[in-house]
Design a protein around this ligand. Structure first.
Ligand code: CO
Length: 137
């Protein structure tokens, strides 16, 4: 498996609107996209630092896994996403090494990426996402 870089960090927030001033006015980043992902019952906001993005995740429903995360652990870093060449092959490889998968096959995430999550029980408690940009190359 060839991880190329940290694609993004997912950060759970109660409110994107209330979080924006810190990222924009203090850190000097510019939010370039706000996108709702109905599938995951979240609203996302993106910032870019070099090749890496920060993805703020705001729950749009009590049923959202992000709502449950915030309830249990509070706001904060939710997951790390690695860019990989070939998510499907990477999933097969890590599964063969005994890693528990949340997604057995890649699915569509924000920004049209193909994504899949690995279970934190198998990843030293860090929810881990593998993703690839199908339009890259
Ligand atoms: Co993500």
């Amino acid at each position: 498996m060839n991880l190329t870089h940290i694609e993004h960090l997912g950060i759970a927030v109660k409110s994107i609107e209330e979080s924006l001033p810190y990222y924009e006015n203090v850190l000097g980043l510019k939010c370039y996209s706000v996108e709702e992902v109905p599938d995951q019952k979240v609203k996302t906001a993106f910032f870019k630092i070099g090749q890496t993005k920060i993805e703020l995740l705001e729950p749009t429903s009590e049923e959202s896994t992000i709502a449950k995360f915030i309830e249990k652990r509070g706001e904060g870093i939710h997951h790390i996403a690695f860019a990989v060449d070939g998510v499907a092959a990477a999933l097969a490889e890590v599964e063969s090494k005994g890693v528990r998968l949340i997604d057995k096959a890649p699915r569509k995430g924000a920004e049209g990426l193909n994504i899949a999550f690995l279970h934190p029980k198998s990843t030293c408690s860090v929810l881990t996402e593998l993703c690839e940009d199908p339009n890259k190359k």
